[in-house]
Design a protein around this ligand. Structure first.
Ligand SMILES: Cc1cc2nc3c(=O)[nH]c(=O)nc-3n(C[C@H](O)[C@H](O)[C@H](O)COP(=O)(O)OP(=O)(O)OC[C@H]3O[C@@H](n4cnc5c(N)ncnc54)[C@H](O)[C@@H]3O)c2cc1C
Ligand code: FES
Length: 297
């Protein structure tokens, strides 16, 4: 089902597709927390925020057990929205997360009824294929590991707009995989480094094959995943002159442009703040997608 805006929560837009977050942090209520392979899908009702655009993210913290008494984590953490839909209580937001540290551990342990403090939606979302390439015939989505999250909501948005998409999803191994239920009704090809699902090897092998069969003149690629994967996608698309957008990661302390912790070098010189100028960036804007401290392996 495509995401629907609730009539009580009209989405303000900055004119570049991004939906503007209400000021301040608000309390959402967790309504589900389910295992999905090695990951978790945590869903919460946001009573006051607008419907996000695909590719945007939220800064999240658990209402209780977050910081205090010298315990980590101190700061909220950034998470891409994986699904969003309006209902009578507000906007139901779902996040796909991997328990890798104190923040994700606390969020992975939330139960229905618990409070989830959220700021968002933040950042710049994906652009429609035709705005990147007027001759686009559809979209190729390339996801690695937990990087599936923003592609899940993007493929729904594309499907709701009648745009053909094919998804290539890659995982390291069985323990570092999940979220496939978010891709129901999609044409999906899988790759895994340990061979437990689909092609044994990298998801970029599948992309290389697909681009060899497609015309570069009609292809558009959207990718999210670990920096090494994103860099391989960027280089491949540059070689073949294919338009691409990358949903990138960098360490984010505030999420709204104040701390400069998320600065990423631009090909044209200088830096962008990934939280406000990204996290979705045109692949041609960056020299490399290998961002230090991004976390994902
Ligand atoms: C825009 C944006 C969107 C994001 N979306 C998601 C998302 O949808 N789902 C999600 O799970 N994460 C997502 N992340 C990553 C998440 O915000 C970070 O991984 C976060 O730092 C985890 O917090 P933590 O307190 O659990 O671990 P931290 O204390 O930050 O890290 C603990 C240790 O784990 C390592 N680490 C951190 N992240 C990872 C990782 N992903 N894989 C392996 N090792 C890691 C660190 O290098 C460190 O050694 C996103 C990040 C950004 C910037
Ligand atoms: S995270 Fe603070 S400026 Fe981007």
């Amino acid at each position: 089902m495509p995401a629907q805006a609730s009539s009580e929560q009209p989405a303000a837009s900055a004119g570049d597709g991004r939906v503007i977050a209400p000021l301040g942090r608000r309390r959402g209520e967790v309504v589900a927390n389910e295992a999905s392979g090695g990951y978790r899908i945590v869903s919460a009702i946001d009573p006051a925020g607008p419907l996000p655009a695909a590719g945007q993210f939220y800064m999240l913290a658990a209402e209780h057990g977050w910081g205090g008494d010298g315990e980590r984590p101190f700061l909220p953490r950034a998470f891409s929205v994986a699904e969003a839909a309006g209902d009578e209580r507000g906007i139901r937001l779902s996040f796909l997360l991997e328990d890798v540290g104190p923040g994700t551990h606390a969020l992975a342990g939330l139960e229905p009824g618990d409070g989830l403090l959220l700021t968002g939606p933040l950042g710049r979302p994906f652009s429609m294929p035709r705005s990147l390439n007027p001759d686009a015939a559809g979209a190729i989505l390339v996801g690695g590991g937990i990087g599936l999250a923003p592609l899940a909501i993007w493929r729904r948005t594309l499907a709701a707009s009648g745009i053909a998409e094919r998804s290539l999803l890659g995982f390291r191994d069985r323990d570092h995989s999940g979220g496939l239920e978010l891709f129901r009704c999609s044409e999906v090809r899988l790759a895994s480094e340990d061979g437990h699902a689909g092609h044994r090897g990298y998801v970029t092998d599948l992309l290389e094959r697909m681009l060899a069969g497609d015309s570069a003149a009609t292809a558009v690629v959207y990718a999210c995943g670990p920096p090494a994967m994103l860099e391989a996608v960027r280089a491949l698309c540059e070689q073949r002159d294919v338009e691409a957008e990358l949903a990138m990661e960098s360490p984010m302390a505030c999420g709204y442009g104040a701390c400069f912790g998320c600065a990423v070098p631009l090909r044209s010189g200088g830096y962008m703040r990934l939280c406000v100028d990204g996290p979705v960036v045109n692949a041609a804007a960056v020299e490399t997608a290998l961002v230090a401290g991004a976390g994902h392996r």
